[in-house]
Design a protein around this ligand. Sequence first.
Ligand code: HEM
Length: 216
Amino acid sequence: MSAGTSRYSAVAIFLHWTIALAIIAMVPLGWWMTDNLSNPAEASRVFRAYQLHKSIGLTILALSVLRLLWRLTHRFPPLPDHMPGWEKAAARISHILLYAVMLVMPITGWIYVSAGWNSAMNMPFAIPTLWFGLFEWPHLPGLVEASNATRSAAASASMSVHESLAWGAVALVVLHSAAALKHHFFDRDSVLAGMLPLVRAPRGANPAADRASEQG
Ligand code: HEM
């Protein structure tokens, strides 16, 4: 963060938008592929969709770990002073929940594929994960060799969380986007602009930055 502005760093902005767009694409992709799983006309596209889903999802996991580490080791713009205490608390809780979605969604997907068990048909179903077709992503250790009962339990528990969290992710993204738009258009502060690469904060949101631009 630079003095006199409420801008996020280039790294934080890059990670934020890459992860956000990927998650927004992943939910309909996940719904489409599971809806078409038993549609023979779509068999080859469904297989590619599963591999793409797993590849993007594991990339989200890696980027989310990076983002969390970045968040914990760098200073970030504080929430604006005009926000009442309850709104600041709500913002912090929703940010923690978003981090939980970013980490738990991919981890439960990874547990599911590592268990090698089809929970809908309740039978073994081991398919390798080919990361964007480049190399085989390893399964989580311990699960592949476990008993059928353990693999079946791990698969159905992880997929229940995965499916339910998809709705949680949709709700959180809608809430988070609505809050960002409220900051920009109603509160006219610099919260959204600080996370956008080329957008300036509304005039008056950050007097120090306004003065700097008036002086050239
Ligand atoms: C943020 C990341 C992710 C999001 C938002 C996401 C979202 C979804 C959604 C919406 C579904 C459909 C659920 C339903 O049937 O109602 C799904 C299914 C699935 N996901 Fe993910 N996913 C993510 C990461 C992953 C990862 C990393 C993997 C595996 C490495 C994975 C593996 C799967 C599998 C195998 C299914 C289908 C399970 C079945 O056939 O019943 N997902 N995902």
